[in-house]
Design a binder for this molecule. Sequence first.
Ligand code: FAD
Ligand code: A2P
Length: 277
Amino acid sequence: MTEMVQMNSPDPSLRVKPHLPDAQTVTFVRHWTERLFSFRVTRPQSLRFRSGEFVMIGLMDDAGKPLLRAYSIASPSWDEELEFYSIKVPDGPLTSRLQHIQVGDEIILRPKPVGTLVLDALLPGNRLWFLATGTGIAPFASLMRDPETYEKFDQVIMMHTCREVAELEYGRQLVESLKDDPLIGELVGDKLLYYPTTTREPFHHMGRVTDNLSSGKVFADLGLPPMDAEHDRAMICGSLAFNIDVKAILEGFGLREGANSEPMEFVVEKAFVGDGI
Ligand code: FAD
Ligand code: A2P
């Protein structure tokens, strides 16, 4: 229930905003491009989650009902706050409003994390591949900052593809910041290999994740052997079409899709729903 407390008080200091159900307060907002922004909110004390999982977040609609969407938690499980990385869909029911949030505003956060992109859903291996397009990097922004990722794997490869260079910036800065991170920097060391590419603007590395895997270009560029089921594990997060195409390529390398209940060599999650193939 929305509580209205002293909204009409003549004294501004006594005017309290409507209190949302499962409310969390926005602590930070940054706009990266016209289509992308990230923000941080307070974390409910009771919320426990595994890095890579998603929750439902949202705002009240005009009728006073919660308008909720799935969002990957982009911060690691040890962080005191929660971070999200979001698209701005111009006429999207939620993000047409969410893109205007400011520090001090409240959002709704249902504290029931779920998801398949968790380390527990993978069998032990040597190399862990994160394969993402667009906002699909969000769960990996969490996993890249989790010590367990580096305790379990010798090498972690972040492949992120966007149409344009500016869309890579959130991921680039995050990876850059890990080197000097007082908590995790030493553990990351040189284990994390970052392979960003664009498809529609010139950049030092270009091409779709699918093409760079199929042609072997990414292996040659990084000095790694081709993927195999004994050594390589992978997590996929992008559009439905991307997920289907990458899955077929990984299966071609002999990797099998796993789940929380049955760990295997790779796992998949949609970065959003509603796109055709
Ligand atoms: P919607 O009505 O939900 O979407 C309108 C259309 O916009 C969709 O049909 C689709 O074509 C397009 N679209 C929606 N989301 C995206 C996107 N992320 N990238 C490109 N196109 C998109 N979104 C995030 O921005 N960050 C996340 O971390 C994130 N995690 C998700 C995790 C899961 C498991 C799922 C299923 C979705 C996730 N989404 C994420 C998508 C999110 O739930 C919403 O769809 C998005 O916030 C847009 O909401 P909307 O109400 O404005 O528009
Ligand atoms: P491309 O520019 O060649 O379409 P979008 O903005 O459409 O969601 O795409 C984000 C990125 O994902 C783009 O670089 C796009 O490449 C790439 N992409 C889209 N669909 C696929 C797919 N089926 N397989 C691999 N990459 C894809």
